[in-house]
Write a protein that binds this ligand. Sequence first.
Ligand code: KIV
Length: 279
Amino acid sequence: MSVHPSSHAAPSGRKPITLHRLREMHAASEPISMLTCYDAAFARVLDHAGVDCLLIGDSLGMVLQGLDSTLPVTLSDMAYHVRCVSQGNRSAWIIGDLPFGSYQQSPAQAMESATALMQAGAHMVKLEGGDWTVDTVHFLTQRGIPVCAHLGLTPQSVHALGGYRIQGRDEQAAATLRLHARQLAEAGAAMLVLELMPSAVAAAITASLPIPTIGIGAGADCSGQVLVLHDMLGLGHGKQPRFVRDFMQGSGSIDAAIRTYVSDVKARRFPDPKLHAYL
Ligand code: KIV
């Protein structure tokens, strides 16, 4: 792999993705493509392939560090990987996950943690949780930090949720998700990840909100899609969840697989409601 500075050039013809541009895409019903990304080399590949948003997810604990959950991931782990991605990226929108324990105590604690990620190169921070995060979302957004909320399966709460299970299956749970989604949008969240829930629940939330939703295992009717990079490159170990598609199948290179992902998300060919969604 070349380390010559010319490999660092901005992808031709693409203006930087901004919050304004993401809002335009949402208003025009153009699906938003997002993948997780943890280092500069992949950031370059994803950026050149036209991925709109790079998420430095705390999934790096499981994907890169080989852990059983995201709980041990630290703020300094996250800041390190946000900085790596930021070095390789030129035009994609960068979202950094606030890890477990870095925002739960108070809005002030969240502000300090978000500051570390923004100073490392994030454009937006993501945090997991329902109504109890509303004050924090408000606090951060009032202070100029774009926030992506995250509902449904929230992996940092895996032990409280009793495992990596589908959320919102009964009407009461679905109503709670709808309520929390509205409260988070009203508090100022600019984006909302919906993870592992029936398609109809995600579709109802998406239709009711003024902000884009990004689905993972949440069906085809979200405003955009995200997958864990290593899963969609066929590098996940063990049985893969239903919502994962291995884009290396039929692709001759990583670059081709990423480009297929982007074009399939944009054309709403992925996810396939019959193959990758939950009822
Ligand atoms: O940490 C992560 O990668 C995530 C995605 C699965 C949405 O939060």
